[in-house]
Design a protein around this ligand. Structure first.
Ligand code: ATP
Ligand code: MG
Length: 256
């Protein structure tokens, strides 16, 4: 059975999608079977995995509304060697349309149950909001990976996310845990980065992943080629860090 992880942080532009796509590709390099679920109407993970979000015949939207299923809607990321449940802006409508549906927080969980056995990892790229879509991600997952930039405002808003996770754990999904905080876009030359990083370790202890993802321009360039950074330039520092993070995750799930 697959271990399911949400990559979530309601702050925008903190590296959720870059983390989801490159962790998926990094895990695939380690021979793990991976499904990436794009749960963001922006469709950035879809594009970053090399799939054209404009021409989707079925997507996360139809799967959430129950008019398609994961096995039909998924596509292969050829450069990344993983499967993708793709999305585009249509998914924004699901937020409203789901209000009328039964079990609306568990639509994604139920949809994933059908393909669970085919994967080692399911990685869910969440939108930058604590919305019904994100709630579906949290209800479906065993754990949350929180990417964070080590800057002054990083900790602000973290308590909202942690409280939401606690509520989901208490009321909807007793399996849910914070797996860890991932330091991303890290610049070791900045004293502030070092300070915030040390603060995170102090507060959160082993909930902070050992792997640190550096700021690396190759990771930022890769999406415009529709290729995960890990495949685009495997020897770059960013790619190497995400492969190391993949190895850290493989180790972690053995303990779960
Ligand atoms: P959103 O909240 O809009 O979904 P996000 O949290 O998914 O954003 P990303 O899209 O992954 O964030 O990253 C934001 C920007 O930062 C992108 O332009 C991305 O290419 C860049 N970026 C992410 N990680 C790195 C990194 N380690 N080094 C350099 N650039 C990065
Ligand atoms: Mg994103």
């Amino acid at each position: 059975m697959a271990k399911i992880f949400c990559v979530a942080n309601q702050k925008g532009g903190v590296g959720k999608t870059t983390t989801t796509v490159n962790l998926a590709a990094g895990l695939a390099k380690l021979n793990q079977r991976v499904l990436l679920v794009d749960l963001d109407p922006q469709g950035n993970a879809t594009m970053g995995a090399g799939i054209n979000k404009a021409g989707l015949s079925a997507s996360t939207y139809e799967v959430m509304l129950g008019t398609s299923d994961v096995a039909t809607a998924r596509q292969r990321s050829e450069p990344g060697h993983f499967d993708v449940l793709p999305s585009n802006r249509e998914l924004a409508g699901a937020e409203v349309e789901m209000v009328e549906l039964d079990n609306r927080e568990r639509r994604l969980k139920d949809a994933l149950a059908v393909v669970d056995k085919e994967y080692d990892f399911v990685l869910i790229d969440c939108p930058p909001a604590l919305s019904m879509l994100t709630l579906n991600g949290l209800c479906a997952a065993h754990g949350v990976i929180i990417p964070m930039q080590c800057e002054y405002y990083a900790l602000e808003g973290l308590s909202d996310l942690v409280n939401t996770i606690k509520k989901v754990h208490a009321n909807l999904n007793p399996d849910l845990k914070i797996i860890g905080l991932l330091r991303v876009m890290f610049d070791p030359r900045m004293t502030l980065s070092q300070q915030v990083s040390a603060q995170l370790e102090q507060h959160f202890g082993d909930k902070v992943f050992k792997t640190i993802i550096p700021r690396n321009v190759r990771l930022a360039e890769a999406p415009s080629y529709g290729v995960p950074g890990v495949t685009f330039d495997p020897s770059s520092k960013g790619a190497q860090a995400y492969i190391a993070f993949g190895a850290e995750m493989v180790k972690r799930i053995k303990k779960m």
